[in-house]
Structures are given as structure tokens and as C-alpha cells.
Design a protein around this ligand. Structure first.
Ligand code: PLP
Length: 425
């Protein structure tokens, strides 16, 4: 057994499944996970000293790559002043100013400790603000492990949702309606069938937790129209896409302004963070101003704020998005060319530094099409690439990320390895 296998064996007896978050267990690709002992730039070093070019990037946050020197310096400086105060601290004000300066829809913001807390709080706020109970989510969109969002579609298009996890009560799921992404007519019918009852609609504007799905032209604008018409709070869950697609997240690419935005991942610079913000009249319903309770012992934690400020300031200074898009296109084109040469049906949706692989003859526009893709082919590519030092997400239904630390040589090597992995199918 190598060191990772030994560590995993020890972990299995004490930690359920050996991991503190399920996808890390490699169940979707088989085998056992490697352990990482350090990470720098675009590369991870495993417990067995294998160097891997990393396209998972701690599931999104590490847009500057790992162990970024500016983030490290900011955390070190904050550390000298103490790890948590339980009072307001100056960095929270700087963080709020920075977020407001980047994301037009956000006029007020509150920090949380995770993306899950952000979506959970945004849903509660939408309900408290509207005085309504029901929410709409889309199948295939992931919003963290909030009870009311761990819901899958019911049998008919207009039925209530069903729990998607043991422990979520049918009562909780009943207030969540599940719609199909990229299907405005069905959504419109769902709104009509529940007129005056929908508090909020939550959506990943670019669903990135079932592979990557791109919104059809007009889809996001259609969401805005329907929500406005029905008095429903439109919530963009940009935990993944915020500061990843542009400084303004999706709003930098599409001229659609949501009522609330959830953030996380990148704004923590690798430390645990989330945030939600939006219109003043909605945000002012939060305690202590309003009746919607929301809190956190460590919310706005000075180390997390310092890391996040450094990460976002660096993005603002460098504006790397066009450069990242060039790298994303290059990887996409490499994969597509290899698949074409082999006559294998492969879709590679890509936006900026995000891409995924669907072994599918059709363009994937929704959840059903995504899960109809061939997972076995993905597993083979994943294994082959990992053996040669390139780490893609250990599941066919996760998105790959590129960082500003992926240099020419990392991308050259990765394209070579991915090309060979697809041609070996
Ligand atoms: C990661 C993610 C979450 C959950 O964030 P955590 O910090 O893992 O709780 C929510 N929404 C989206 C879109 C995400 O990608």
C-alpha cells in the first residue's frame, strides 16, 4: 500500500466513507482517493510525492492557483492580529466595499461561513420578504446541502419535489418545486399553477455541479421576466461562478440583474466563506434590522476576510478573464479534436476558465441530458490522465477549472495528456 492508501484505510474506520465531503471518496471513478500533502500554483503534490496538474482547484476557489503568495502574506499578517474577535472587524467593511464595487446587483451584503449557509439564508430571506412559502429550483442545480434544496423533481412536471436525501422530510420537500433548466415554457406554467405562492427562484446561472451546462440565449433574461411578473425573488447562486466568470460573475456576461446573489468559494481565497447580498429593501429584512434571523459565530472571520480580500483584489488588479478564456478554449479544442479524430461523441461546454466533458451525441441543455452521458468513457479518461499527472474532477458530473497559475507548460502538458487519453479510448 502506498501512503495515500494507508491514510485512507485509517480514515475509513473513523470518518464515514473516509472523507469529510462525499465526492472526495472517488466513488464515481472507482479506486481510492489520493491524499494531498501540499499544493503550489497549478500543482498538487500527493502524499506519495506524485505531482499533478490540478483542474479541480479545491472545487473552484483557487482561481490564483494554490498557495498564492499574496493570499499567504495577507493571512499571515491577519494571523498576527488574532484569529477571531466576535466583534465587528475592519476587514469586514473592506470586504463589503470590495464586493459592492464588483457586483452591481449587490447593494448590501452579509458574510457567512460557507456557500450552503449563503443559499440557506437567501431562501429564508426570500420567504421572509415575500411572506410566501414555496421556492423553485432547477434539476441539476446544486446549492449546497440545505434541506429544502436537496430536492429532486416529482413525477409530473407540475408536482411538488421529492426529497433527494434521506433525512429531508416530505414536508420540507413539498415547498420546493423543481423545474427543468433551459425550459421557459414549462417554468412559466409552473409559476401560473402556483400563482402568488412562489417566494424565490434559485438558480446556478451556469449550472456547474452536473458537469457544465450553458444557458440558452434568453433563458436568464426569461427568468428575470417571470420573477418580476410574479413578485418572486430571483436568486443567482454564484457560489461557483462569482469572480470566476468575471468580476461581476454572470452579470459581467449577461445583462440580467438578480434580486439576491449568493457567493462563496473564490471570495474566501481558500478559507471557509460564503456571502449573500442584493437589494437594500430585501437585505434590510435581516436581523437586527428586520424579522429574518441569520447569524454566525465566525461570520466575517478576519483570516477568511484577509484571504478573500487578497484574492479578489488580485483579480481586480489583473483582470485575467480574457486570458483564462483563451486557456479554456485551448483545452476544449484539444479535447474536441481528439474526440473527432476517434469518432467519439464528446461535448465540451466551456465558459472562461470552466469546462466539462460529456460523452454525448447531443449538446447538453439540462439535467436529463447530462446524466444520459457516458460515464464509463469519462472514467477512462480520468484514470488515464491521472496516471500521467493530470487531475480532472473525480466524477463525470463536476466542472474542471483553470487558474491564473496554469502556465504555458502546465497547459501544454495537460493538452498532450488529455489528447492521448481521449485517443486511447
Ligand atoms: C459549492 C457550491 C455551493 C455550496 O458551497 P459550500 O461552501 O460547499 O457549502 C452552493 N452553490 C454552488 C453553486 C456551489 O458550487
Amino acid at each position: 500500500m502506498n501512503t495515500s492508501e494507508q491514510l485512507f484505510q485509517r480514515a475509513l474506520s473513523m470518518i464515514p466513507g473516509g472523507v469529510n465531503s462525499p465526492v472526495r471518496a472517488f466513488r464515481s471513478v472507482g479506486g481510492t482517493p489520493f491524499f494531498t500533502k501540499s499544493a503550489n500554483g497549478a500543482r498538487l503534490t500527493t502524499a506519495d510525492d506524485q505531482e499533478l496538474v490540478d483542474f479541480v482547484l479545491t472545487w473552484g476557489p483557487a482561481i490564483h492557483g494554490h498557495n498564492d503568495p499574496d493570499i499567504r502574506a495577507a493571512v499571515r499578517e491577519a494571523l498576527d492580529r488574532g484569529t477571531s474577535f466576535g466583534t465587528p472587524n475592519p476587514l469586514e467593511v473592506e470586504m463589503a466595499e470590495l464586493i459592492l464595487s464588483c457586483v452591481p446587483a449587490v447593494k448590501k451584503v452579509r458574510m457567512t461561513n460557507s456557500g450552503t449557509e449563503a443559499t440557506m439564508s437567501a431562501i429564508r430571506l426570500a420567504r421572509g420578504y415575500t411572506g410566501r412559502n414555496k421556492i423553485i429550483k432547477f434539476s441539476g442545480c446544486y446549492h449546497g446541502h440545505v434541506d429544502s434544496l436537496l430536492v429532486k423533481a416529482g413525477s409530473g412536471a407540475l408536482t411538488q419535489g421529492n426529497p433527494d436525501s434521506a433525512g429531508v422530510t416530505p414536508g420540507t420537500a413539498a415547498d420546493t418545486l423543481v423545474a427543468e433548466y433551459n425550459n421557459l415554457p414549462a417554468l412559466s406554467a409552473l409559476f401560473d399553477a402556483n400563482a402568488g405562492q412562489i417566494a424565490g427562484l434559485i438558480v446556478e446561472p451556469f449550472p456547474a455541479n452536473v458537469g457544465l451546462i450553458l444557458p440558452d440565449a434568453g433563458f436568464l433574461a426569461g427568468l428575470r421576466e417571470l420573477c418580476t411578473k410574479h413578485g418572486t425573488v430571483l436568486i443567482f447562486d454564484e457560489v461557483m461562478t462569482g469572480f470566476r466568470l468575471s468580476l461581476a460573475g454572470t452579470q459581467g456576461l449577461h445583462d440580467v440583474v438578480p434580486d439576491l446573489v449568493c457567493m462563496g468559494k473564490i471570495i474566501g481565497g481558500g478559507l471557509p466563506v460564503g456571502a449573500f447580498g442584493g437589494k437594500v429593501e430585501i437585505m434590510d429584512k435581516l436581523a437586527p434590522l428586520g424579522p429574518v434571523y441569520q447569524a454566525g459565530t465566525l461570520s466575517g472571520n478576519p483570516l477568511a476576510m484577509a484571504a478573500g480580500l487578497a484574492a479578489v483584489r488580485k483579480l481586480k488588479a489583473q483582470n485575467p478573464y480574457a486570458r483564462l478564456d483563451v486557456l479554456g478554449r485551448r483545452v476544449r479544442d484539444t479535447l474536441l479534436a481528439a474526440a473527432q479524430a476517434k469518432g467519439i461523441p464528446l461535448q465540451v461546454p466551456q465558459v472562461g476558465s470552466m469546462f466539462s466533458l460529456y460523452f454525448n451525441t447531443e449538446k447538453v441543455r439540462n439535467y436529463d441530458q447530462a446524466i444520459a452521458s457516458n460515464g464509463d468513457l469519462y472514467r477512462k479518461v480520468f484514470r488515464n490522465a491521472l496516471d500521467k499527472g493530470v487531475y480532472l474532477a473525480p466524477s463525470p458530473y463536476e466542472t474542471a477549472f483553470i487558474s491564473t497559475a496554469h502556465e504555458g507548460k502546465d497547459i501544454d502538458k495537460s493538452c498532450e495528456v488529455l489528447d492521448a487519453a481521449v485517443r486511447a479510448l
